[in-house]
Design a protein around this ligand. Structure first.
Ligand code: AMP
Length: 214
């Protein structure tokens, strides 16, 4: 399937997209992950993107479009894909329609991960990534065994640079102003699937599969 994941930062898009990739083989394409990699590698693109990311603002549409085009034209994208964090504004949604049109591809669904604002704050301030396994964990919500598993493997619980309170507030604002209107864009095309994204990862995953008719 070809899916767009919509939802605020912390709504669980990445967690569920990774799970769909592991279970179904559909490629998870996360512009946030690609940008963080570019920053870590100190590429020119990473240097250009860093200030916006640190402030919780959107990186320029051209930069992310270039990344998406490059990823979607690789052969493994033919297996299906889950776009995680793209598009994030009206221009990007138009760009995506254009790129998919050129490739002769159609989206099957746009999933809205629906989560209450207070829970988002806790998910974002508590979010950590295991340095050993890359697994995304949460100091408030993850089972103790999962956290211990990372620590016992010699991993550290790393916090993303932009998961601090000030940047989080701005990212949520940017979401409300620029990304939330895309819900209408996809609803108008009959592609929107709403998922109640509160609860455990397994519960949400079950609802997501049901919403996709799987
Ligand atoms: P994420 O990991 O999806 O929360 O993205 C982290 C940060 O990367 C965002 O706050 C933006 O600064 C940047 N970013 C990720 N995806 C996009 C996008 N589609 N358009 C612009 N900026 C993006």
């Amino acid at each position: 399937m070809r899916i767009v994941m919509l939802g605020a930062p912390g709504s669980g898009k990445g967690t569920q997209a990774k799970r769909l990739e592991a279970e179904r083989g559909w490629l998870q394409i996360s512009t946030g992950d690609l940008l963080r990699q570019a920053v870590a590698d100190r590429t020119e693109l990473g240097l250009r993107a860093k200030a916006a990311m640190d402030a919780g603002e959107l990186v320029s549409d051209d930069i992310v479009l270039g990344m998406i085009k490059e990823r979607l034209t690789k052969p493994d994208a033919g297996r299906g894909f889950v776009l995680d964090g793209y598009p994030r504004n009206a221009k990007q949604a138009e760009d995506l329609d254009h790129v998919l049109g050129e490739l002769g591809l159609k989206l099957d669904a746009a999933v809205l991960m629906d989560v209450d604002f207070d829970i988002l704050m806790k998910r974002l301030t508590g979010r950590r990534t295991c340095s050993k396994t890359g697994k995304v964990l949460n100091i408030y919500f993850s089972p103790k065994e999962e956290i211990d598993e990372c620590l016992q493997a010699g991993g550290e619980l790393l916090r993303r640079d932009d998961d601090n309170e000030e940047t989080i507030r701005n990212r949520l604002e940017v979401y409300k102003r620029q990304t939330a209107p895309l819900v209408d864009h996809y609803a108008a095309r009959g592609l929107l699937r709403r998922v109640d994204a509160e609860g455990t990862v397994d519960e949400v995953h079950g609802r997501l599969l049901a919403a996709l008719g799987l």
